[in-house]
Ligand binder design. Structure first.
Ligand code: NDP
Ligand code: MG
Length: 382
């Protein structure tokens, strides 16, 4: 069997390290061609010395010298400008995009233009540029496979089905750490509490997005572009146990769900093995034991971020990119303890109301709106 040749963007992050953990166990199936990190240069060096990629990108130029001096036989490139090149490199079959935020968009597009299989964890790519990504997919023989657990569940339910048979998609949400708090109590929550997710251990940005439920809003937009399904047919439901990762209901009233213990290795591996399955040595559900699977509706009043995300996709054009940029700024400021949790939706809402661009959508104008929104969001925080 030919080995799948991988470029892993964001290999030093939560998704990136879990991907390498699985690759380590399947040396017969995968070969690492390229890796990238941004600030965690020590981990990047360890990864380079273990996996011996052809090349690696260190995003932050401050660490170039250290990386260069600690490895041999791997070409070291410096700066995020090399990431799209990494995603379109001729020696690469599959791009696993585990970058966080808008920083991942250009590489997703580059991978698609180059006809690569793109395993996408970077949901922000589809949120900001879903329309451009869909267009690019039409003109390429690339495949875009989700890594996000809910979207992997949807894909697994949709294999063998026709689009016309789909009635709706139920996207499940854990509800995050603040599900049971009142609106009043949310005024007091700390960064530490927000980072303490009940079911998943993830990078800081997505953990905060889960606490505000912006994550579910981003994921509805992600599902819309991935599966070409109207947003009105995607229904979020709280499922605190995170065992059912999403459900598809068909026009004959039948529903399919994908289940499993919450473990990102499953959707990461499925994205790499799709349409096949490769063995994974992880704990299984014990179906012989009684267990409760519970559901409740989403409280849009308590978690306004999810409502704002839905409004942005309804407005279309640049609005989701504005939503995303304002959210990235707000989350970073919250993590730095410069604003409170309840300020996050306010900053997003204000940005959506005030930033507009009528130019036609393309990667350059997308960059422009991202930059402008960031500037605006920073200014209102001041
Ligand atoms: P992490 O923050 O753990 O990792 C992000 C990676 O991107 C790191 O390798 C980081 O480098 C690198 N990076 C960060 N900023 C930049 C930048 N500006 N330029 C270049 N590289 C950068 O994030 P996660 O792994 O948690 O998430 C990655 C993506 O996957 C996100 O879009 C997230 O929403 C999505 N996702 C994550 C899940 C999870 O379980 N973690 C689940 C579902 C989706 P360094 O650390 O060296 O600075
Ligand atoms: Mg998810």
């Amino acid at each position: 069997m030919n080995k799948q040749k991988l470029a892993i963007l964001g290999s030093t992050g939560s998704i990136g390290t879990q991907t390498l953990e699985m690759i380590r166990k399947h040396p017969d199936k995968f070969e690492v061609i390229a890796l990238s990190g941004n600030s965690n240069w020590k981990l990047l060096v360890e990864q380079i010395n273990e996996f011996k990629p052809e090349f690696a990108v260190i995003g932050d130029p401050a660490f170039y010298k250290e990386v260069k001096a600690s490895v041999s036989g791997t070409e070291i490139l410096v700066g995020p400008k090399n990431l799209p090149e990494m995603a379109s490199h001729p020696n690469v079959d599959t791009v696993l995009n585990a970058l966080v935020g808008f920083a991942g968009f250009e590489s997703t597009l580059a991978g698609i233009h180059a006809g690569k299989k793109v395993a996408l964890a970077n949901k922000e790519s589809l949120v900001v540029g879903g329309e451009l990504i869909r267009k690019a997919l039409k003109n390429s023989n690339s495949a875009l496979i989700p890594v996000d657990s809910e979207h992997s569940a949807m894909l697994q339910c949709l294999v063998g089905e026709s689009r016309g048979g789909i009635e709706k998609i139920i996207i499940t949400a854990s509800g995050g750490p603040f599900r049971e708090l009142t609106k009043k109590q949310l005024e007091e929550v700390t960064v530490k509490q927000a980072l303490d997710h009940p079911n998943w251990s993830m990078g800081a940005k997505i953990t905060i997005d889960s606490a505000t439920m912006m994550n579910k809003g981003l994921e509805i937009i992600e599902a819309h572009w991935l599966f070409d399904i109207p947003v009105q047919q995607i229904e979020p439901v709280i499922h605190p146990e995170s065992i059912i990762h999403s459900i598809v209901t068909f026009t004959d009233g039948s529903s399919k769900a994908q289940l499993g213990l919450p473990d990102m290795k499953v959707p990461i591996m499925y994205a790499l093995s799709y349409p096949k399955r490769y063995p994974l040595d992880i704990p299984r559900m014990d179906w012989s034991k009684a267990q409760e699977l519970t559901f409740e509706p989403v409280d849009f009043n308590k978690f306004p971020c999810i409502r704002l995300a839905l409004e942005s996709i309804e407005q279309g054009g640049y609005s989701p990119a504005v939503l995303n940029a304002a959210n990235e700024v707000a989350v970073e400021r919250f993590l730095n303890k410069e604003i409170d949790y309840i300020h996050i939706p306010k900053i997003v809402e204000k940005s959506l109301a005030n930033i507009h661009l009528s130019d036609s959508l393309n990667p350059d104008t997308l960059k422009q709106i991202d930059k402008e929104t960031r500037r605006y969001a920073q200014s209102i925080i001041k």
